[in-house]
Design a binder for this molecule. Sequence first.
Ligand SMILES: O=C(O)CCC(=O)C(=O)O
Ligand SMILES: [Fe+2]
Length: 367
Amino acid sequence: MTALSQLAAQLASEDFTSIPIIDLSDARSPDLDKRKALATTIRDACLNAGFFYVKNHSVPEKVVSDVFEQSHDFFALPSETKRTVDISKSGGNFRGYMALLSENNDPTKQGELHEAFNLGLDPSLDAASHDEQTKSQGELVHSDNLWPAEGDWKQAAAFRQATLDYYASVLALGQSLFPLFALALDLPEDFFDDKVRCAILERHDGTVYVELTLQIQHPAAIMRLLFYPAQKEKPITEENPGIGAHTDFECFTILRQDDVPALQVQNRAGEWIDAICIPNTFIINIGDQFARWTNDIFVSTRHRARPATTKDRYSIPFFFGCDHDVPLIPPPTCVSEERPVRYEVMTAGAYVHMRLSETYTVGKSEA
Ligand SMILES: O=C(O)CCC(=O)C(=O)O
Ligand SMILES: [Fe+2]
């Protein structure tokens, strides 16, 4: 058995009652030993809870507060205005606005008490990813995002700018985690470089942008603004949760929550552990694509959102996958005699599309 496989078996059998907080200050340290030490703490979290907080993550707080402000204003718009960017107009591409009760992460339930605005990589950041060549891949089409028009909402341009600034900053954070995940898996630090092909550009004012070139055709990162309105008439129940119990689909999720608690993570004993709100942190959780790719060395853990019924809540999950054309072949360190390959190899795009189609009935009927 490989050392990693042995450790995975051990940590997957131990339970957790809290979620670790990991300091990312050493993520870009010139000292390899420091990067390795950080990767070890990340490894233990990925093999055990599948969830961890990160602090000192380099995303500017102003970028975060701006997008939350815009999110508040967007969801406060009249329903007709929000419907101008309804997901049904995205050609089966899961972009745009989703109204209350239009989603079911747990298919046994009756609709979820949140609204959402979904976006992916924007052509203004990467025109090349929207060309015909990309569309011919036939797996998951990267079409334009749906943005409110200035004629419908005078703040539309500021909304778009704040949302894209956040997207670019969190994309950069996500990309900076891949070398650490590689070290965590006993792989060369650059293992994921050709599987997540974005280059990060830092602007003189410190804003991080992402340089995307022609070869980057499948940047797979979907961000959602989520709004859980306070429920006075229709209380949050088992049947109508904020978000029902589920695992995420992509490699990992970078979640920012506001100060209204809701997120809970299920441990192996079946208990729901509160993922409390910790200022200036993001929560990272492993998704099913990474669990599958690593032959279940990394664990993808069930979670749900059950906000208090008396307060509005806002959160922003950012689902980071590898490029859609990459086949999910388990790396050699994740396979051993005792842990033979567990899953059929699919490309990342085919896998995510399959999972999205199961959850979003709107996207499915349009696809
Ligand atoms: O809003 C939250 O805290 C959790 C959101 C979530 O789990 C998801 O969107 O997958
Ligand atoms: Fe989730």
